[in-house]
Structures are given as structure tokens and as C-alpha cells.
Write a protein that binds this ligand. Structure first.
Ligand code: SAJ
Length: 404
């Protein structure tokens, strides 16, 4: 039997498309909307424009069975999901103009009892703001719509599993909105659905990623202290974590990706006086990347003083975290760029085993780079690097604990 929801999904990106496919595979009609006509054509051909395991099959099936269709404009439905990006404008100010544009596009289609849900990471109060926008255009619908916020919390690379199995936090602008949204998600989600209000749900998403950012900043701060104090930070953290109530995360070459390095600013921008630790954590994690680039520079100078010639350097890893091919907002890429800025005819080997080629960096195979370089800089703990045999005469800078 078919479910009675008909869904419009505004935004077919990293979260919108997998969610659309999941709902469609549950035999609910989904009309996906994206401003990019190429994305629309790709999806209508049963193909995908992003890399995510198992998504290709889910989309191919959904399109073949006729439950998923994409277009650049919305149609009438009874459930509208807003899953568009919320980037920055100016200096770390969240920009909700995509959420606003997507909302405006569906306002003429809304009717009594419809469900409107925002999933995009949003500053606190966005759902209420969009409710105001909707009712200012459609005053006759006031209090007759169901409006809620429900953030996703999936890990890139494991999206298709986590979308179904993770718990969700669902906050409506009133109780009946919350209940209607919970009802909708319960059709395709197996995790627990936790009810709250819209503002708490918005804050919950921001806090989850800020919490991780603050914890990583603590680990990164320890790495700076330990470097000066001549203590192996990896051993230190392993030992401290033997305490039953201590769980320190791992230092790295900075924090990247589109979530953890971004979401804390949504809190800091609106509550600058109160969010001291959250703001400082962002600074520490950004500083860590700069510090790594300086360390490479110093190692090169030391080498030249000692050997009377310029060293060759291998930069190991460009992705924003281990074992993925995603280079966006990557601290390793930032460090590579910074180091190469000062390259005066010196030899560099850039390594990223998860991609074939890159438009800016000339890539070298990891075994070759490790063999040829004088200085080896580990930026990302990719699995390939763990097995490497490195000869004793090399200078090694391990920023990601690969050799710990
Ligand atoms: N990192 C460290 N040390 C650590 C752990 C991570 O330096 O101990 C770095 C990674 O190298 C990377 C960055 O942090 O540069 C972020 O990686 P991640 O794996 O922690 O998180 P993301 O950005 O891939 O996904 C996060 C997840 N949030 C949390 O774990 C709280 C995910 O559940 C969210 O859905 C996602 O953000 C999102 O979309 O918000």
C-alpha cells in the first residue's frame, strides 16, 4: 500500500538527495527541486552528482520505480522539506538567503494542514522567521500549517545507513507541528525521534558540532604544549584516556569539512559575548593549521643548514579527514598551499591516494614520495600510510598520529 505523503524536497545535495531517495524507496512520491539544471538532469537519468556509498543504487531504483522525479521548480505536495545550504556572508555571518528563497518558492503552493520542515543547519530563530515570512504572504493560512525544524546528523561516507538509524531531534513551532513532523519521519526512520521545540532543535544541531570542535581544540592545544614540553602527545592522550571518565579526542592538522569548522560560528555570530569557549576553539583549530605550515618551513630551514642543500618534501594527504576523497575546507590542503607558496624551485611530492588527479596539485604515488623525499609530512592519517616502511635517514613530521 502506498503512503499518503507527497513530498517536495527543496535542495538535492549531500543531504537532500539521500533523504529524497530514502523516502522514495519507501514508496512515497518525492518531487526533488534543485536550482542547478545539470543536477536535475543527472537525477532524472537515474544517476548521481555526488560521491556517497550506496546512494547510486538508491537513486537509480527510486527514479526507475517512478517515486523520485527532479525539476527546477516545485509542485503542489503536502510535505515540504527545505534542505539547502546555509553558507556565510561577510565575516562568519550565517547567510539564510537560500532557505528564504526555497521557502518563497513554495509559499504559493501551501494549503491548510501542510507540513513545512527545515533541515538546513540554521541560526537560532530561523524556523520562526520563516513562519513569519510564510504567514505574511499567506495570512489566511495562519496557524493552519505545521512548521518544524529537524536537523540531520549523518556522517559523510555512511549517510545511507545513518539516515535511517540515527536518532533525530524534531522541534515544531507548536505541539501539533512537532507531532505531525514526528509522524512523517517515523514512516522511514528507525532511530528514536525526540520531540522538542524549534529553537532547541536548531541549537541542538549547532551544539553537537561545536561540542566536537571544542573537544578537538583541547586535543590540538595539548599538541602545541607537548611540542614545547617535549612530550609525545599521542602517548599522553592514550594514557590519560585510561581514566574511566576521560575521553580526549585526537589532535590533527586542523579541523575541516563543512560542518564542524562552520557551525560553531552560527552561535558565535549571534551570541559573541557568551560564546567564549566556542569562539576560542575555532581560533585554536584554525591556528593549528597555520602552526603546522610553520613547522614544515622550519624543518626545511634546519635541513638546509645541516646538509648545505635544499630538501625535497613529501606532503602526505590532502583530504579533510582520513580515507575520503573530499578536499573541501581541508586543513591539509590549506597547509599544502601555504607551504608551496614559499617553494623556491624546491622539490615537492604531493600525495592523496583517494583521488586520481587534481587541477592545482601534481600528485605523486605515496611509495614514490616517501622514497624520494628528505622530509615527510603526514597531514592526514589515510590507511595507506600506516603500512609504509620509511628509512631512518628521513625527517618526519607527523601531525596526525599515523606513526604513534
Ligand atoms: N578531527 C580531529 N580529531 C578528532 C576527530 C576529528 O582533528 O579526534 C577532524 C577531522 O580530521 C576533520 C574534522 O575534525 O578535519 C571533522 O571530521 P569529523 O569526522 O569529526 O566530522 P564531519 O565533519 O565529517 O561530520 C560531522 C559529524 N558531527 C559530529 O560528529 C558531532 C556528523 O555527525 C554531522 O552530521 C556532520 O558533521 C554535519 O553534517 O554536521
Amino acid at each position: 500500500m502506498e503512503n499518503k505523503s507527497k513530498v517536495v524536497m527543496m535542495g538535492l545535495g549531500y543531504i537532500g538527495l539521500p533523504t529524497a531517495a530514502l523516502i522514495a524507496n519507501n514508496k512515497t512520491y518525492v518531487h526533488g527541486v534543485d536550482i542547478n539544471p545539470k543536477v536535475v538532469d543527472t537525477i532524472n537519468a537515474g544517476k548521481i552528482h555526488i560521491i556517497e556509498p550506496e546512494l547510486d543504487e538508491a537513486v537509480a531504483n527510486a527514479v526507475k520505480d517512478g517515486y523520485l522525479k527532479a525539476s527546477i521548480t516545485p509542485v503542489e505536495a503536502n510535505t515540504y522539506l527545505i534542505v539547502v545550504p546555509t553558507p556565510f556572508k561577510g565575516k562568519n555571518e550565517p547567510d539564510i538567503s537560500f532557505v528564504e528563497a526555497a521557502t518563497k518558492a513554495i509559499i504559493p503552493l501551501l494549503k491548510e494542514e501542510d507540513l513545512y520542515i527545515i533541515e538546513s543547519t540554521s541560526p537560532i530563530g530561523t524556523t520562526e522567521k520563516m513562519m513569519g515570512l510564510i504567514y505574511s504572504h499567506r495570512p489566511e493560512l495562519k496557524n493552519k500549517l505545521h512548521i518544524a525544524y529537524c536537523p540531520e546528523r549523518v556522517l559523510p561516507g555512511n549517510v545511507m545507513y545513518e539516515l535511517v538509524h540515527n536518532d533525530r531531534v524534531i522541534g515544531g513551532v507548536d505541539e501539533k507541528s512537532t507531532d505531525k513532523a514526528v509522524n512523517f519521519y517515523s514512516e522511514f526512520i528507525k532511530g528514536d525521534l525526540h520531540k522538542t521545540n524549534a529553537r532547541t532543535a536548531e541549537m541542538c544541531k549547532l551544539v553537537e558540532n561545536s561540542s566536537r570542535d571544542v573537544q578537538i581544540a583541547f586535543a590540538n592545544e595539548l599538541s602545541l604544549i607537548c611540542d614545547k614540553a617535549d612530550i609525545n602527545v599521542w602517548e599522553l592522550i592514550d594514557l590519560a584516556n585510561k581514566h574511566p571518565r576521560v575521553n580526549i579526542l585526537q589532535p590533527g592538522c586542523g579541523v575541516g569539512g563543512h560542518c564542524i569548522a562552520v557551525d560553531p560560528y552560527f552561535i558565535v555570530a549571534d551570541y559573541p559575548m557568551e560564546s567564549q569557549i566556542i569562539g576560542k576553539a575555532r581560533e585554536i583549530n584554525n591556528y593549528k593549521s597555520f602552526w603546522c605550515a610553520e613547522k614544515v618551513k622550519n624543518a626545511k630551514l634546519e635541513f638546509e643548514l645541516k646538509h648545505g642543500r635544499k630538501p625535497s618534501t613529501a606532503l602526505m594527504g590532502l583530504a579533510f579527514k582520513p580515507n575520503i576523497d573530499d578536499l573541501r575546507e581541508s586543513p591539509a590542503k590549506y597547509i599544502a598551499q601555504k607551504v608551496l607558496q614559499n617553494a623556491n624551485n624546491e622539490e615537492y611530492y604531493i600525495v592523496e591516494p583517494n583521488i586520481e588527479e587534481h587541477t592545482v596539485f601534481k600528485l605523486t604515488e605515496y611509495n614514490v614520495a616517501v622514497e624520494k623525499a628528505d622530509i615527510i609530512v603526514f597531514l592526514v592519517a589515510h590507511k595507506e600510510f600506516k603500512e609504509l616502511k620509511i628509512s631512518k635517514n628521513k625527517v618526519i613530521l607527523d601531525f596526525c598520529g599515523i606513526l604513534k
